[in-house]
Design a protein around this ligand. Structure first.
Ligand SMILES: Nc1ncnc2c1ncn2[C@@H]1O[C@H](COP(=O)(O)OP(=O)(O)OP(=O)(O)O)[C@@H](O)[C@H]1O
Length: 561
């Protein structure tokens, strides 16, 4: 009868299509699977469907999902492997059709009492739920034996349904795993939030950081001069802002200036200001940064690079609490809290005659050591997740780390400290494969690619300088310029000549011109960022932690525009 066959096919088609649609609801397996079981009952008369899975002990099968069973029936539906038909299907991994349950000794009638079932001949079909060749459960149904469709045909459909259910269970397991990772992340973030520095954006719970935070907390509200010591990228500026924000000067200005970044001839005027006509080009009177920081905090980064003449002038400010603008005789009183930072050992600079002893004493009243990232046990994970969240928000992405990535991040030495970690993670978010997952391979690739320098014959071998030394030396030259990108950090780290040229500020461009060329990966990076920024270069620059000017410079230098 071709007609009835067509109708049968049509209902099968509906069942298969609607069951397949349920895979989309794998995040709600209860609803998805129950709907499928309800569907095969309504459309095909395959009743009392149940999905049996192993319980936690892995030894007992239980009805994890069912349709048309009472609670009591569900609770009775428990089988050891090899027990009853369901147990056998689980054990053997192959389907079973029982055409008449009344004639089958192995059919236990445990779940549904025989008296509850119809008087007519009742059949039972059970098929394994396979996943990657492994048997993870059993799909079982009852039906009346005498129906238009053969039992074999129903088994064929049930096998397909079991595949879908297997898929739903697998996807759900993956979702649960990821949710677990996110839960762990949240827990860590929560712990971080309660930690002391978090209110000022300082992430870290390692004993080393806690020690620095405790010291900073003690210094915050007394206007004592603080000396922050630490390698480049360890958070000296971040701590100085915290000291300001946690003090009663928080409503006053916070002015930061990097003594290594400004050419000597400009630095004096930057710090002390000038009167109109004080020198060529001084077309108007301009207050200096110290004056501008009145009632607030002045942060002098890389103080070790301050020239001896300016050291004397700074000492006077500290002693007399007043400044005199260039071209003026008038002392202007200032009420400024001074925080200084240096990656250099100032004591050594004093011994070498490069730093005034009296100024050193004035500045070294309350030193705080900021640990390098490699000394911050456990903090890398927290920081990495923090930067990942930041980047996800900034780029509107939803990228996560896999376990390997976090493990790699923790093992790596991070010569460029937190800044380098931050840059690597931001790049990783932009480059995440399939836009979702950061793997250890990707992190390694980014770090490796960033160091893809083409050396010329003048370049000293990389081993000649240790990376941290060179990074610090480079950072002291770059100073308050926008943060070094990873590429820059590594370029500098490997390409710095052993003896710094006399004019450090100009030496930067000299070094760039003579010692390194940009690698191809950087081209990709600029282009990828531009694509993500829909052609907006300023936005692309921000993504890469560059200024628009830097971005344009590199863009042109790489022959991209
Ligand atoms: N504990 C921290 N938690 C979160 N972010 C941090 C932390 N420490 C540093 N950072 C971030 O790392 C980057 C580098 O920090 P910062 O500029 O304060 O370092 P620095 O020691 O002043 O570096 P440099 O000496 O090279 O100027 C910044 O983006 C900063 O926000």
């Amino acid at each position: 009868m071709p007609d009835s066959l067509d109708i049968a096919n049509h209902s099968e088609y509906i069942v298969i299509r609607q069951a397949a649609e349920q895979i989309e609801r794998a995040h709600k397996p209860e609803e998805a699977i129950t709907d499928i079981l309800s569907l095969i009952s309504r459309q095909m008369g395959l009743n009392r469907g149940r999905v049996l899975l192993h319980d936690k002990s892995d030894s007992v099968l239980y009805a994890a999902y069912s349709f048309g069973l009472t609670d009591l029936e569900v609770s009775r539906s428990r089988f050891a492997d090899n027990e009853g038909i369901s147990g056998k299907v689980m054990k053997m991994g192959s389907p079973v059709i029982i055409p008449n349950i009344d004639l089958e000794d192995d059919y236990l009638c445990r779940t549904v009492a025989r008296s509850t079932l119809p008087q007519e001949t009742v059949a039972f079909i059970a098929t394994p739920i396979l996943r990657k060749g492994k048997n993870i459960g059993v799909l079982a149904v009852n039906r009346l034996r005498n129906r238009s469709r053969s039992l074999d045909r129903d088994l064929g459909i049930l096998k397909l349904i079991a595949l879908f259910i297997g898929e739903i269970l697998a996807v759900n397991e993956l979702i649960e795993k990821q949710t677990q990772v996110l839960k762990e992340e949240n827990e860590q973030l929560r712990a971080m939030a309660v930690s002391q520095g978090s209110q000022y954006g300082i992430i870290g719970e390692s004993p080393a950081v806690m020690a620095s935070l405790n010291k900073a907390a003690r210094a915050a509200n007394v206007s004592v001069t603080v000396l922050l010591k630490g390698e480049s990228g360890t958070g000296k500026e971040k701590f100085s802002r915290m000291l300001h924000m946690a003090s009663n000067r928080q409503d006053g200005p916070f002015i930061a200036i990097n003594c290594a970044a400004i050419p000597l001839e400009l630095l004096e005027s930057e710090l002390f200001g000038h009167e109109k006509g004080a020198f060529t080009g001084a077309t108007a009177t301009k207050p200096g940064k110290i004056e501008m920081a009145n009632k607030g905090t002045l942060f002098l980064d890389e103080i070790g690079d301050l020239d001896l003449g300016l050291q004397a002038k700074l000492l006077r400010v500290l002693e007399e609490r007043s400044i005199t603008r260039i071209g003026s005789n008038k002392a202007i009183p200032v009420d400024v809290r001074i925080i200084v930072a240096s990656h250099k050992n100032l004591q050594e600079s004093v011994n070498q005659g490069n730093f005034r002893l009296d100024l050193f004493y004035r500045l070294n009243v309350f030193p705080i050591e900021l640990p390098a990232l490699r000394e911050r046990d456990g903090d890398i994970r927290l920081l990495a997740r923090h930067f990942l969240n930041q980047a996800n928000q900034e780029y509107h992405t939803n990228v996560i780390f896999d376990r390997g990535a976090l493990e790699f991040l923790e093992r790596y030495e991070w010569p460029g400290n937190i800044r380098q970690l931050e840059n690597v993670i931001k790049r990783a978010v932009l480059l995440a494969e399939d836009g979702q997952m950061i793997t250890d391979r990707l992190i390694q690739r980014i770090i490796r690619e960033e160091s893809g320098i083409v050396f010329n014959e003048n370049t000293p071998p990389p081993a000649a300088i240790s990376a941290p030394e060179a990074v610090n030396a480079a950072a002291s030259r770059v100073g308050a310029m926008p943060p070094l990108t990873v590429a820059e950090t590594v370029h500098y780290a490997q390409a710095m000549p052993p003896t710094p040229p006399p004019n450090a500020f100009n030496a930067d461009s000299e070094i760039k011109r003579n010692y390194w060329k940009v690698s191809d990966s950087e081209k990709d990076l600029l282009l990828q960022a531009l694509e993500r920024a829909h052609g907006n270069k300023s936005h692309a620059a921000r993504m890469l932690n560059m200024t628009p000017r830097q971005y344009n410079y590199r863009y042109k230098k790489l022959g991209l525009g």
